[in-house]
Design a protein. Structure first.
Length: 122
């Protein structure tokens, strides 16, 4: 999966540990791309500076033994956690609404899983 919009290379270059290749950021699942796109959209709408986001993400990643550069799933789990803390701290969403949306998203994701995946877990 690719993020099709152009992003200034200097913005990507200062993201700590961003999994990427010559074509840009690497996404192995749709939710990773969506989390990335949401962050870009909020930045472009002027809700925060890129330096603020880099600091928030760096703070989240500092709690890990190593930056999960070669594991997009682990990296974007940290990305989402950083974004959740960041948007509540900035007052873009309150924690109650965020929990409700997270719960609704999780339920929707669970219900959309294929029966094959569910059987494989049993």
């Amino acid at each position: 999966m690719r993020y099709d919009r152009q992003i200034a290379p200097e913005l990507l270059a200062i993201l700590p540990g961003l999994p990427c290749n010559a074509d840009g950021p690497i996404f192995t699942e749709k939710w990773q791309l969506r989390a990335f796109a949401l962050t870009i959209n909020l930045y472009e709408q002027g809700h925060f500076t890129w330096q603020e986001w880099v600091a928030a993400l760096s703070n989240e990643l500092s709690g890990t033994a190593d930056v999960p550069r070669h594991d997009p799933t682990r990296y974007y789990l940290h990305w989402v956690a950083a974004m959740e803390h960041f948007v509540t701290a900035k007052g873009l969403v309150d924690s109650t609404s965020l929990r409700a949306r997270t719960h609704a998203f999780t339920r929707a994701a669970e219900s959309s899983r294929s029966s094959f995946e569910r059987k494989a877990e049993q």
